[in-house]
Design a binder for this molecule. Structure first.
Ligand SMILES: Cc1ncc(COP(=O)(O)O)c(C=O)c1O
Length: 371
C-alpha cells in the first residue's frame, strides 16, 4: 500500500484472490450440476456448519433478516407478544420482531461491550414477554450465562442474533448454539460472507428445525401441500458452494482479526480521547469500534476521510430513536445506547489488513494526533 492508497474499512479482495481457483471450481461445479436451489451444495454446507457450530441442525436461508423472522414465527411469537432486545443493533433485529406482529422492548446496553445489559433485563419482563434477542454485536459474545439464567427463570426463549459473530465463542461454546435458535447472516461484509445475500438458522430442536424448514419453503413440508403462509427463503446452491470454500478458513481469519485488534491496542490505547473495545475471549472483531470522547467523533471521522481512511458509524441512532418507533417508544430510555450512538466510530479491519501501515497512517493523520 502506498501513501496515496485509500484505506477502505473492509477489503474483500485479498480473500477472493487467495482462493480464486477454488471459487471458480465451485462455480463451475454448480453450473455443470444444473441444480441451483436446495441441492447437494446447500445440504453439505448445512452439515458442515452444524458440525463447526456444534448444533444438531443448520438451515440455509436467503438472509440473516429472514433467519430472525423465521425463528420468531417458528417459536409462535406474534401479535400481543413482547420481545426484549437491544436498541444498539442493525434495524433488522427489531424489524423482525415488528414484522411478526410482536412488540420490541428495548433494554439498554453495557458501557464497554455495547451488548444488551443482563442486569436490566428482568425489570423489562411483563406477562407478555416471550423471548429475548441478544445480539453479539461487532463479534463480541454477549454475557450468555446471565441471559440464559434469566430466560430459564422466566420461561422465555432465546433467539441469538449472530449476524456479526460467526465463529465467536462464549465460555467455549459457539454463538448460535446456546439459544432456541441462532440467526446468522452471510451478507458480504460479515466474517463469513457470501457473494450476495445469505443466512442461516441453527437449533438443536428437531421440531423447531422442521418448522423453520417448512416456513422457508412457502410453508410446505411436502411440495404443493402448503400449510402456512411462509417465505421463499433458501440459500442458493451457488452461495452455498462459495461459502463451503470459505468455511474451513474462518478460524484463521478470525484469529487474524484479533491480531489486528491487538495492533490497534498496542498503538492507540494510550490516547486519552479514545476508548478501545476490550479483547475478551471468543471475540471475533467483526468491527473494531472505538468511542471518541469529548463530542469529537464527527470531526475525527471527517479528518480521517480527508486522510483517505474509511470509517463507519455503526450506529448513528439507537433503534428506539428511529422515526418508525419514536411515537410507540416515547417512554423508552436507554442512555448508554444513546451516548454510544454519539461516540462510536468503526475503524478499518479485515483479516489480511497490513496493520502497521494502516495504524501508522491513522496515527499520523491530524485526526488522531490532535486528540
Ligand atoms: C446485527 C444484525 N442483525 C441482522 C442482520 C441482518 O442480516 P442480513 O443483512 O443478512 O439480512 C444484520 C446484517 O446486516 C446485522 O448486522
Amino acid at each position: 500500500m502506498s501513501l496515496q492508497t485509500q484505506i477502505p474499512i473492509l477489503d474483500l479482495q485479498p480473500q477472493i484472490q487467495a482462493h480464486w481457483d477454488e471459487f471458480n471450481a465451485a462455480f463451475q461445479r454448480v453450473m455443470r450440476s444444473g441444480q441451483f436451489i436446495l441441492g447437494p451444495e446447500e445440504k453439505a454446507f448445512e452439515q458442515e456448519c452444524a458440525t463447526y457450530l456444534g448444533v444438531k441442525h443448520a438451515i440455509g436461508l436467503n438472509s440473516g433478516t429472514d433467519a430472525l423472522y423465521i425463528a420468531l414465527r417458528a417459536l409462535g411469537i406474534g401479535p400481543g407478544d413482547e420481545v426484549i432486545t437491544t436498541p444498539f443493533t442493525f434495524f433488522a433485529t427489531a424489524e423482525a420482531i415488528s414484522h411478526v406482529g410482536a412488540t420490541p422492548v428495548f433494554v439498554d446496553i453495557e458501557e464497554d461491550s455495547f451488548n444488551l445489559n443482563p442486569g436490566l433485563i428482568e425489570a423489562a419482563i411483563t406477562a407478555r414477554t416471550k423471548a429475548i434477542i441478544p445480539v453479539h454485536l461487532f463479534g463480541r459474545p454477549c454475557d450468555m450465562g446471565r441471559i440464559l439464567a434469566i430466560a430459564e427463570k422466566h420461561g422465555l426463549k432465546i433467539v441469538e442474533d449472530c449476524a456479526q459473530s460467526f465463529g465467536a465463542t462464549w465460555n467455549g461454546k459457539q454463538t448460535g448454539s446456546m439459544g432456541a435458535f441462532g440467526c446468522f447472516s452471510f451478507f458480504p461484509t460479515k466474517n463469513l460472507s457470501a457473494f450476495g445475500d445469505g443466512g442461516m438458522l441453527t437449533t438443536d430442536d428437531e421440531t423447531l428445525a422442521a418448522e423453520a424448514r417448512m416456513l422457508r419453503a412457502h410453508g410446505s413440508r411436502k411440495k404443493y401441500h402448503n400449510e402456512a403462509v411462509g417465505y421463499n427463503s433458501r440459500l442458493d446452491e451457488l452461495h452455498a458452494a462459495m461459502l463451503r470454500v470459505k468455511l474451513p478458513h474462518i478460524d484463521e481469519w478470525n484469529t487474524q482479526r484479533r491480531a489486528v485488534a491487538q495492533g490497534y491496542h498496542d498503538q492507540l490505547s494510550s490516547n486519552p480521547s479514545l476508548v478501545l473495545p476490550k479483547i475478551v475471549d471468543g471475540h471475533v472483531f467483526h468491527q473494531f469500534t472505538v468511542r471518541v470522547k469529548a463530542g469529537r467523533r464527527d470531526e475525527v471521522q471527517a479528518a480521517l476521510a480527508q486522510a483517505g481512511i474509511g470509517t463507519m458509524v455503526y450506529y448513528p441512532l439507537p433503534i428506539h430513536h428511529l422515526k418508525l418507533y419514536l411515537e410507540s417508544h416515547a417512554a423508552t430510555r436507554c442512555p448508554v445506547a444513546e451516548q454510544a450512538a454519539k461516540e462510536v466510530l468503526s475503524l478499518p479491519i479485515w483479516p489480511e489488513m497490513d496493520k502497521s501501515f494502516v495504524i501508522d497512517r491513522l496515527k499520523s493523520s491530524m485526526a488522531i494526533s490532535c486528540l
